[in-house]
Design a protein around this ligand. Structure first.
Ligand code: PMP
Length: 780
């Protein structure tokens, strides 16, 4: 490879010649000042009217496409973003965007005139070298890149030049001209890294027409206020390339105080604010910055080494790029990615695709920090898991290891559901104010949520959690009935607030105004095989009502999770819930269906109480899955009741039913409808139980398989005859399953697995679960 490719071959025109051409073609005259260009010649012309222009005469090697590409791009940018301070094209007197002229040597060149954009170059403004300006440069260049995203020109792929970062490998032959051996070694290392790692990944990022050259000499700032970025100039290096090239070129604003990574982070934050970066871009920004510095190091260094002094120097070789290259290379990639992600508020890095780098495990460090800052709050497993990503049925740790999630019932429509995530982001970007204002989506959501409920359940009050919903439900029941007692199931869990804690015997012994009903256990309960089990279990409500009365209370409500999840996912006998409800009604109480576990298709019906054939409920409460993980709780009752209660106490919840939560809830309903997920819950749940029952043929520990839809209870017993609870085996099994990357947990009585897959599961996931369960049971 010869060094000729580095030659600039500047056009040969005297100032006098240029002045004459400009006067002839543009009728413009004024005071000329030569500007420093790499391959063109260029002057600033100040006219008497205080107007200024730039005249450019292109390199003889440039084809018409180069200039046409630039003038059309400039027009396009202004069309897209009329405030963008980029040069405007001045037509010739014959209304051409450019024209052809000939030098004395006979070479033909294109000439064009652009408006002079006011402002000082950042390079000439020492006060501009600060974080704020860098952020604003990123913001401005992001706008520029954004305005070019729908620009096409046939020449865009032909503007071949040395600075093209995506062609950096072509600079390898020039490295040998660099005088310093360690710089040469480093450049070769970085090109190796580019070849094997960066460039293949770069192909998967966004490409479009990019400016590619917003370094401090091409960025203009307001001399009065150097943090204000007022323009971007010089479109000569524009080409079809990666969006990242624009970001890293604009980050060439470091100095000895502020290293390249710091400059890159500030610029990336600004860029991201006007043209959001994508995840694969932020993780490659550090590597592209290395390439950007390498390109500068090699071209400037090799040109300097090869110069015979006959041509004016384009960029002086101060050794700065080589120094910065070393400085950036010394920073660990993990650290750089972490800083860049923080700058743009991306979630933490996680290896997701094959070949992605895996960084050392941070779980212990995070655990220590968690303990120091949020105390000993409950976490799962002796050796806890640090999940960083999720998708459908899967949770992933930072090393990319996938865990099949059969436990978490909040993300009922699948982890990271894209439709719901997008709806949240779009609504958050549009408006999110409290419900004392009228926002379209709130009432629309309430209407849709109640559409399939019995007519009298027609009004929603929105809160932020299941606990809050149950708390409000109890208040409504007390208001409506004038009573203060409550009936709940033994081992029930209804929430964390002061009131709902006392409705949660799973956690706390209730006060004497709350009485628990015996769980209708059809596997091991006293009436499991009785002919009228429903009646017999329901009779316990008479006892409970009498017990309340003996303490001077009447029931305000009977609150029930009809999935009986915390009782070990029991299946009550037919008509049990109706019989209890009737008794409660007769005693003057309301029936509240706590649908936190059972709602939204979990039991193979949109509503849990309907799946369990409970005919009349007065109030429905919802939480957890209702917005697929976005905090939302709902109380649904009759309009009359809600209005009466709300007038009494000026009912209001600041966050409850905010438009973002409602957008999430609405998108969730879209998913249920469009993908027929209630039916899927029914069918896949049946298949799951079928597979488990078959497994029971060879695994004697399995005592009972029960449930409805995608709510499954799997009870383990040491011997089937006596149904002795296999509690210790169950907790060992849960750990073994975790070792095999399957997440599941026990329900109330410790010997029951509650299996609650989300609705993105398919049969293959059920099969994987059953195979793993078989393996782990065999290891016990
Ligand atoms: N009710 C039931 C049946 C629940 O399972 C839970 C949570 N496990 C709650 C209420 C409380 O919901 P949250 O944690 O959202 O307050």
């Amino acid at each position: 490879m010869s060094p000729e490719n580095l030659d600039r071959n500047l056009p040969q025109f005297s100032l006098k010649q240029v002045k004459k051409i400009v006067a002839d073609l543009y009728r413009i005259d004024g005071e000329y000042k030569e500007l420093n260009c790499e391959r063109d010649i260029s002057y600033r012309i100040r006219t008497g009217s205080d107007q200024a222009y730039i005249v450019k005469i292109s390199n003889a090697a440039d084809s018409e496409g180069v200039v046409d590409f630039q003038v059309k791009a400039l027009k396009h940018i202004v069309e897209q973003d009329s405030d963008m301070q980029v040069p405007r094209v001045i037509p010739t007197k014959d209304d051409k965007s450019f024209d052809w002229v000939q030098s004395d040597s006979g070479d033909r060149h294109m000439i064009r005139i652009l408006t002079y954009v006011k402002g000082d170059t950042m390079d000439n403004t020492p006060a501009a070298f600060n974080h704020q300006t860098r952020y604003n440069i990123g913001r401005m260049v992001g706008r520029l890149t954004r305005s070019l995203r729908n620009f096409y020109h046939p020449y865009a792929g032909s503007n071949v030049h040395l600075w093209d970062m995506s062609h950096c490998l072509e600079l390898r032959p020039y490295i040998e001209y660099l005088p310093d051996a360690s710089t040469r070694d480093l450049c070769n290392l970085i090109l190796d890294h580019a070849e094997s790692f960066v460039l293949p990944k770069l192909k998967k990022t966004r490409w479009q027409v990019v400016h590619h050259d917003a370094h401090p000499d091409n960025v203009l700032v307001d001399p009065e206020n150097p943090t204000r970025v007022v323009g971007v100039i010089d479109f000569g290096d524009m080409l079809f390339g990666p969006v990242l090239a624009d970001l890293v070129a604009a980050s060439d604003s470091f100095d000895d105080d502020t290293g390249p990574l710091e400059a890159l982070c500030s610029t990336a934050a600004g860029f991201d604010s006007s043209f959001p970066l994508e995840e694969n871009e932020i993780d490659l920004a550090y590597d592209m910055m290395l390439i950007c510095l390498l390109v500068n190091t090699v071209i400037i260094g090799a040109r300097d080494a090869l110069s015979d002094g006959s041509e004016k120097v384009h960029i002086e070789n101060t050794g700065r790029y080589a120094r910065m290259l070393e400085r950036l290379w010394a920073i660990k990639r993990e650290e750089a990615i972490d800083q860049l992600r923080r700058a743009c508020r991306f979630p933490v890095y996680s290896a997701r695709n094959e070949g992605d780098e895996v960084f050392p495990d941070r779980t212990n460090k995070l655990l220590a920090k968690r303990k120091a800052t949020i105390g000993d709050a409950w976490y799962f497993y002796d050796k806890p898991l640090n999940f960083t990503r999720s998708e459908g049925p899967w949770l992933y740790t930072a090393d990319g290891k996938a865990f099949l999630d059969a436990y978490n019932n909040v993300q009922q429509m699948g982890h990271g559901n894209p439709h719901i995530a997008t709806a949240i982001a779009r609504q958050a970007a549009a408006i999110n104010v409290n419900t004392r204002y009228i926002c379209d989506i709130v009432a629309e959501y309430a209407e849709r949520l109640t559409a399939e409920l019995p007519n009298h359940l027609n009004a929603c009050f929105f809160v932020n959690s299941g606990s809050e919903a149950n708390d409000v439900a109890l208040q409504i029941a007390k208001f409506a009935t004038g009573n203060t007692g409550a009936l709940i199931m033994e081992d029930a869990y209804h929430g964390i607030t002061e009131t709902t804690m006392h409705l949660s015997p799973e956690i706390l012994e209730p006060h004497d105004n709350v009485v628990c009903l015996q769980a209708p256990d059809m596997y091991r309960g006293p009436f499991a095989n009785a002919p009228d089990a429903a009646g017999k279990y329901a009779a316990d409500a008479d006892r409970a009502i009498a017990e309340l009365a003996s303490c001077g209370y009447k029931p305000a409500l009977y609150m029930v999770d009809t999935a009986l999840c915390s009782n070990g996912v029991l299946m009550a006998p037919d008509n049990y819930f109706n019989l209890v409800a009737q008794k409660v009604k007769n005693a003057g109480g309301l029936v509240v269906a706590d649908e936190v576990q059972s709602g939204l298709g979990r039991l193979g019906n949109m509503w849990g109480f309907k799946a369990q054939a409970l005919e009349h409920v007065d109030v429905v409460t919802m939480g957890k899955p209702v917005a697929n993980g976005f905090p939302l709780g709902v109380v649904i009752t009759s309009r009359e009741l809600l209005n009466g209660f709300s007038r009494e106490i000026d009912l209001f919840s600041t966050f409850g039913g905010n438009p973002v939560a409602c957008a999430a809830g609405m998108a969730l309903l879209d998913e249920i409808e469009r993908r027929d997920l209630v039916k899927k819950s029914r069918d896949l749940g049946d298949y799951f139980r079928y597979r488990l029952r078959r497994l029971a043929d060879k695994q004697p520990l399995i005592g009972d398989v029960r449930g409805k839809g995608m709510m499954i209870g799997l009870e383990f017993v040491i011997d089937r005859e006596n149904k002795t609870r296999a509690s210790e085996q169950t907790s060992r099994l849960i750990e073994l399953m975790k070792e095999e990357c399957v997440l599941v947990s026990e329900a109330g009585p410790k010997n029951v697995l509650k299996i609650r897959p989300n609705f993105s599961w398919e049969r293959e996931h059920v099969d994987l679960f059953v195979t793993t369960l078989n393996l782990c049971l065999s290891k016990l």
